[in-house]
Design a protein around this ligand. Structure first.
Ligand code: ATP
Ligand code: MG
Length: 199
């Protein structure tokens, strides 16, 4: 089995995440791409209030409902505590013995990989997939620079200048979220009054 692991805070999920997931799945012929919702995103703690994990998971579930080969994963939420990718990779290896794990990240995250917990452990157990992201320099994984030692692929996706940060701001100031977040997820966001939305 070939599994894509796209981790994130998804606060909230947006079409940038989904376009990355479906294109990586297609290009690398993956069976499934798991959108793994971070329980406690340790790198974001203390910087801003993070929406409760259950709400972020509900948005991801609504967004991928009916999308073939893309699934919401509660693995890190069920595990609880701070979410480290090294632990998530271990859990996936246990659940799917013999699977090839492809860790999908945007170019912005590629620059910070060195700060991750037990990163060497992760490096030896996955293939890295880097997708381009507007505002971040292109990376050449597996060949040069900080990612030279990784088994890696680069997948070119349509450049979408969309971020959860901007969407939180849009929502709080009443600007449209339409076509930036899948409609079913917008409905959940409104039902739960997230990001300054009124019922
Ligand atoms: P925030 O602004 O809160 O950091 P975000 O939009 O960066 O949110 P994350 O949940 O932090 O979303 O990102 C999860 C993963 O998806 C990361 O690897 C990130 O690089 C990638 N990603 C997010 N948005 C895009 C995009 N528009 N294009 C390509 N990759 C993206
Ligand atoms: Mg981010």
């Amino acid at each position: 089995m070939r599994i894509g692991l796209l981790g994130g805070t998804f606060d909230p999920i947006h079409v940038g995440h989904l376009v990355a997931a479906v294109n990586v799945r297609h290009e690398l012929s993956l069976d499934v791409v798991l959108l793994v919702v971070a329980n406690h995103p340790w790198q974001k703690i203390g910087q801003r209030p993070v929406t409760p994990a259950a709400d972020r998971l509900a948005l991801v579930r609504a967004a991928v409902e009916g999308v073939e080969g893309i699934e919401a994963s509660a693995l890190e939420i069920d595990r609880g505590g701070i979410s480290y990718t090294a632990d998530t990779v271990s859990e996936l290896e246990e659940r799917f013995p013999g699977a090839e794990i492809h860790l999908v990240i945007g170019a912005d995250v590629a620059m910070q990989l060195g700060t991750w917990e037990r990163i060497e452990e992760v490096r030896t157990r996955v293939r890295l997939v880097v997708v381009n992201r507007p505002g971040s320099a292109a990376v050449n994984p597996g060949r040069e620079g900080p990612l030279a030692r990784w088994k890696a692929d680069a997948v070119e996706i349509p450049a979408l200048e969309i971020s959860s940060t901007d969407l939180r701001d849009r929502s709080a100031t009443g600007r449209p979220l339409d076509f930036l977040i899948p409609e079913p997820a917008i409905r959940v966001l409104r039902e739960r009054c997230l990001y300054g939305q009124e019922r």
